[in-house]
Design a protein around this ligand. Structure first.
Ligand code: XIL
Length: 381
């Protein structure tokens, strides 16, 4: 109960501070990537979801965010913990908070083939099809007018599944085969005429067969399929969980982004952080290496004008999902991952400076009359 009371207190603090414009001091203290990104025609934001009960400073970090992304509140496992039983409380609370902070909210995600609730396992194809349609029909109208965008389909590809076209196996593929993403976009668009609809994928920054080298062409094909079917697809999100242990080629990634942009959708860097597990323990060295990588990555990505949204997957190392993974994989280790622009004490890191530099470098490319940041051809909230 105390945790819940704390959570509500922090949320009302964040909302109150936002409403009272008291976040200005926070911007002075923490810097303002949102303002720098805005000058570069980019909507900057971050995922919000990790526990921040009572952590006022963490709430203050978000003053610079011009977009809030739901980290888990809009996922099926959170909305429907039991078959047919919906609990909208966490999603409603985040939607209310984003509204009070006067920041657009991107709801992540309608469908993902991972991290689904246990009750989905073992359902018949017919039942899975019913659940799929019923979920969209129940959730999308509820938040119409309250969310700026939906990650409609998350990570449709996983070549290791061995399915044709590199599709990932999972409940939605079992239900509808390779047409499941198209069905999701068609149904969502019919239920919410204004939210931006995005297709979100991971691994595209990795220069390896079976991962990015296989997923990138598959993603281009899927974008073409969805658009050639006449369905509305406003943006493609590239998660960009950069992994310093994986082979990468930022110039190659930049070319891929340009090819995506040729299809007319916005391109969003949607979950930026850096997995530093394979780097030396020394935090100064790690921060230097990850900062350099982020700057190179963003410089190549932001060279394409259609990249108009950059979101990090959280803002501080203290609340990164990678911290959970590291502690699971390295029980007893005192080392902690350093994936985000702010360290565990909310101090700026080289990654923060790298992002600032990339936004400043891009700014002159932006024409005064260009589309507002975050627009995916369809404008900004
Ligand atoms: C992660 C959350 O951050 C974790 O808290 C959760 O335990 C697992 O999911 N790609 C995605 C996100 O699209 O939904 C994932 O978020 C991170 C990888």
């Amino acid at each position: 109960m105390r945790r819940e009371a704390n959570r509500r207190r922090v949320l009302s603090l964040m909302a109150g501070a936002a409403a009272a414009g008291a976040l200005e001091p926070a911007r002075a203290a923490f810097g303002d990537l949102g303002a720098m990104a805005q000058k570069a025609g980019v909507l900057f934001g971050a995922a919000l979801g990790s526990p921040y009960d009572g952590d006022r400073d963490y709430a203050g970090l978000f003053s610079q965010a011009r977009l809030i992304v739901s980290e888990w509140q809009f996922k099926l496992a959170s909305l429907a913990p039991d078959d047919g039983v919906y609990d909208f409380s966490n999603a409603d609370r985040l939607a209310t908070l984003a509204m009070a902070m006067r920041k657009p909210l991107k709801a992540h995600c309608l469908f993902w083939q991972a991290a689904n609730p246990a009750w989905l396992k073992g359902l018949s194809t017919a039942r899975l099809r019913y659940v799929f349609d019923a979920h969209i029909d129940r959730v999308v109208p509820r938040y119409a007018g309250k969310v700026f965008a939906w990650d409609v389909v998350n990570e449709p590809f996983w070549p290791a599944s061995g399915l044709p076209g590199g599709f990932g196996d999972g409940p939605w593929y079992q239900a509808f085969g390779p047409d499941w993403p198209l069905r999701a976009f068609q149904r969502a668009a019919a239920l919410d005429k204004t939210a931006k609809l995005a297709l979100n994928e991971a691994e595209c920054d990795i220069n390896q067969d079976g991962l990015g080298n296989t997923i990138r062409p598959a993603l281009l094909r899927l974008v073409d399929t969805i658009r050639q079917a006449g369905a509305r697809l406003d943006a493609v999100g590239l998660e960009s969980h950069l992994d310093m242990s994986q082979p990468y080629d930022d110039a190659m990634f930049g070319d891929f982004v340009a090819r995506l942009a040729e299809r007319g959708a916005g391109v969003w860097i949607s979950e930026l952080d850096v997995r530093d597990f394979g780097l030396p323990d020394d935090t100064g060295e790690r921060d230097r290496l990850t900062g350099a990588r982020v700057e190179s990555f963003l410089n190549h990505a932001l060279a394409t004008r259609a990249v108009n949204q950059v979101a990090t997957w959280g803002l501080s190392d203290k609340y990164s999902w990678l911290d959970e993974i590291w502690r699971r994989e390295h029980a007893g280790s005192t080392r902690r991952p350093r994936p985000l622009p702010y360290d565990r004490d909310f101090k700026r890191k080289p990654m923060w400076s790298a992002m600032a530099s990339a936004f400043v470098k891009r700014a002159p490319l932006v024409k005064a009359n260009s589309a507002k940041p975050g627009s995916a051809g369809g404008g900004h909230p």
